[in-house]
Design a protein around this ligand. Structure first.
Ligand SMILES: Nc1ncnc2c1ncn2[C@@H]1O[C@H](COP(=O)(O)OP(=O)(O)OP(=O)(O)O)[C@@H](O)[C@H]1O
Ligand SMILES: [Mg+2]
Length: 311
């Protein structure tokens, strides 16, 4: 090999990232490993910094060292198999759960808040900056749609009813719901998809700086799915909202994400732009993106002896 060819070969090898490995180069150790942190791109700043976050429920070790930077103003989509810990991770981001190890730091100019060490008052102040779309809509059954969606304005902002109604009507309109028809209904009288949209309306009503979405489009019709995608993009473009979106909807993920991260066995095993994720050869990601039934995501179930429980 000539010197130049040799040099080119070395350079190529050095700049290769784990996601660029050839399919035959993947080993379990490699596909389960945490993705290295990328340097923060020029013009971006970190809003949330997670380092080696661990969470156990009893003996079950659910988060096993989540390390990620979430940039201000980005839409980050988190993918992962069912039961991989996505909702658990989201609950850590909103201060609802505390990690057993590691840290979550919120950066705010020169101020920083360590969520693990924060007291209740600090968590509550931080939560005012957040809108959360829960996996189930998490509406209060005894309250009407108007009361549910307006709740943060009444309880937190202490607005008079005259100011609450137009804000609720506008929030419902943004998720394609006929406000006049449903304002006085209780959640039980709505369809599942309508309840979900009411949950989204409640999450956006205070114009939050950060929105956490847990499966916002599951169970919605295709037109409303597009509407929710456009809403996320619109909030980002007009208000600079940072969105963290958990979804199983790959179409939506590739439409809205600035970056996509894959959670597997309690770690972020891949992260990058939609193009980088599409090109990533990690077999876990390939299986999720192609929907193949054979692969790392299902091997425990496929190889488990009859009668034994897969993990
Ligand atoms: N409060 C809890 N107590 C005990 N175990 C829990 C608790 N919350 C979650 N778990 C367990 O942690 C694991 C991850 O749950 P989580 O709800 O985070 O998964 P997920 O990735 O959101 O799944 P899905 O896609 O099905 O919503 C599950 O095995 C679940 O049983
Ligand atoms: Mg979940």
């Amino acid at each position: 090999m000539s010197d130049t060819a040799h040099q080119a070969n070395i350079t190529r090898r050095e700049t290769r990232k784990p996601g660029d490995l050839r399919p035959e180069e993947w080993t379990r150790e490699r596909w389960e490993a945490a993705a290295p942190l990328d340097p923060i791109p020029p013009g971006k700043s970190t809003l949330m910094e997670l380092r080696e976050v661990h969470k156990r429920f009893g003996k079950r070790h659910i988060l096993r060292g989540v390390t990620i930077d979430i940039y201000r103003g980005e839409t980050l989509v988190i993918l992962g198999g069912s039961g991989s810990g996505k909702t658990t991770l989201l609950k850590h981001l909103m201060g609802m759960l505390r990690s057993d190890e590691g840290r979550i730091t919120i950066h705010d100019g020169s101020n920083r808040l360590e969520l693990g060490a924060a007291d209740q008052a600090e968590i509550e102040t931080f939560r005012k900056r957040l809108g959360v779309v829960f996996q189930g809509a998490a509406l209060l059954n005894s309250l009407t749609v108007l009361e549910n969606v307006g709740l943060p304005l009444v309880e937190v902002d202490r607005l008079p009813p005259g100011q609450v109604l137009p804000r609720v009507t506008e929030a419902l309109r943004r998720v394609y719901l006929p406000a006049e028809e449903i304002l006085q209904l209780k959640p039980a009288s709505l369809s599942g998809g309508m309840r979900k949209r009411v949950g989204i309306a409640r999450a956006i009503i205070q114009n939050p700086e950060i929105i956490l979405y847990d499966e916002p489009t599951t169970g919605l019709d295709p037109v409303t799915v597009n509407g929710v995608n456009e809403l996320t993009l619109d909030l980002q473009a007009k208000l600079g909202v940072t969105s963290i979106v958990i979804t199983h909807d790959l179409d939506a993920a590739f439409k809205i994400a600035d970056r996509i991260a894959m959670l597997y066995l309690g770690r972020i095993i891949a992260i990058g732009s939609p193009e980088q994720i599409k090109a990533n050869t990690n077999p876990v990601l390939r299986q999720l993106l192609t929907g193949a039934t054979q692969g790392p995501l299902t091997e425990a179930y496929l190889t488990a002896a009859p009668g034994s429980a897969a993990p």
